[in-house]
Design a protein around this ligand. Structure first.
Ligand SMILES: *Cc1c(COP(=O)(O)O)cnc(C)c1O
Length: 348
């Protein structure tokens, strides 16, 4: 099976598996797991922040970060196409008493300053209004096609947040993909956010986990919230050991995933019956659509699966393919052949 539904389906490398069996362990709720401590120090240093903390998932990482930033009854400004708003079960409202203020998302993943600013037009002294307490950005932006937010834009939004006196959290699930595609150290992107979460378990190929980075005081708050949410883990060095390999080695190979994504997009763009805009492919995510005169999206996805290609529907007839560790350029060529075959069959 050529598995392109998501980069969450990556399996750990041999070296990662070996690292698990050799990891030095302790109880991480006591903060005595040496491997977790090493991972947290190393992550903070790579991201250019004071501190970091290992979380069981990206969802809990975003939730704990939002709860650490936002008082109950305040508003978090979040893109209406983001993972936080759509795919995280409304956690900030349920657990934190925090209101989501969805902001219109541009095609390239940006939220316009003009749209963010509208939320601040209410008089903060007027007790009717919930007070904005955090801006969230997603970078790269998954549903907008893995688009990378330009540094100039990050700087602009961060400046806006500073001006409004509130922090900025970046959902950087794939922030290493963004950094790699811009050929910049990840800390250059991280400097324009007060906190960042990134996933160890996507393109970086570790089996489990996410990291949150930020100031010492902020990470202390996240640590308390993590415990409250049930995410305090004990011998989590077995998660941290492969994660250390993920952050120190696996980011270097992401360019291969990006070139495979481009290869796929270029191949798709010349197939009759497929619509794919190659100019939007910044990282490892490719979106395309199938002409309804040939197949419905579901029919097409099922036929592909029968022929050994797994792709995903992501709403409104959009199909997503994600390249990752374990997918070669040959797999991409085979995937393209499968798709051509399916479309040729309709012509008979
Ligand atoms: C995957 C993802 C998450 C959530 O991570 P999980 O580990 O699956 O909970 C958050 N934000 C974005 C943009 C993601 O792609």
């Amino acid at each position: 099976m050529i598995e392109l539904r998501s980069d969450t389906l990556t399996l750990p490398t041999e070296e990662m598996i070996r690292s698990i069996t050799n990891a030095k362990l302790g109880d991480d709720v006591y903060q005595e797991d040496p491997t977790v401590k090493e991972l947290e120090a190393e992550t903070a240093s790579i991201m250019g922040k004071e501190a970091s903390i290992l979380m069981p998932s990206g969802t809990m990482a975003n939730l704990a970060a939002i709860m650490a930033h936002c008082p109950r009854g305040s508003k978090v400004l979040v893109g209406n196409e983001t993972d936080i708003f759509i795919y995280e079960a409304g956690g900030a409202s349920v657990c934190g008493g925090i209101i989501y203020e969805p902001i219109k998302t541009q095609k390239d993943g940006r939220l316009l300053i003009e749209d963010l600013n509208k939320v601040f037009l209410n008089d903060p002294e007027d007790p009717q209004f919930a007070i904005p307490s955090l801006i969230c950005l997603e970078n790269p932006h998954n549903k907008m096609g893995g688009r990378v937010l330009p540094i100039s834009y990050l700087k602009e939004v961060y400046g806006f947040a500073v001006e409004k006196g509130i922090p900025l959290h970046m959902d950087g699930a794939r922030i290493f993909n963004a950094a790699n595609s811009m050929n910049k150290p990840v800390r250059e992107l991280a400097q324009y956010a007060n906190s960042i979460q990134f996933c160890l378990s996507k393109g970086l190929s570790a089996p489990i986990g996410s990291m949150v980075v930020g100031s010492h005081i902020f990470i202390q708050k996240v640590r308390r919230i993590r415990k409250m949410l049930g995410g305090g883990m004990r011998q989590s060095g077995i998660i941290a050991a492969p994660a250390l390999i993920a952050i120190n080695k696996m980011d270097k190979r992401l360019a291969e995933d990006h070139s495979n994504a481009k290869r796929l997009a270029v191949g798709l763009s010349v197939i009759d019956g497929i619509e794919c805009d190659i100019s939007t492919v910044d990282t490892n995510i490719v979106f395309f659509q199938i002409d309804k005169e040939y197949y419905s999206t579901k029919e097409f996805i099922d036929l592909a699966k029968n022929k050994g290609l797994n792709i995903a529907e992501l709403g409104s007839g959009r199909i997503r393919a994600v390249t990752h560790y374990g997918i070669s350029s040959e797999d991409i060529d085979n995937a393209l052949n499968i798709i051509k075959e399916i479309l040729n069959e309709t012509l008979c």
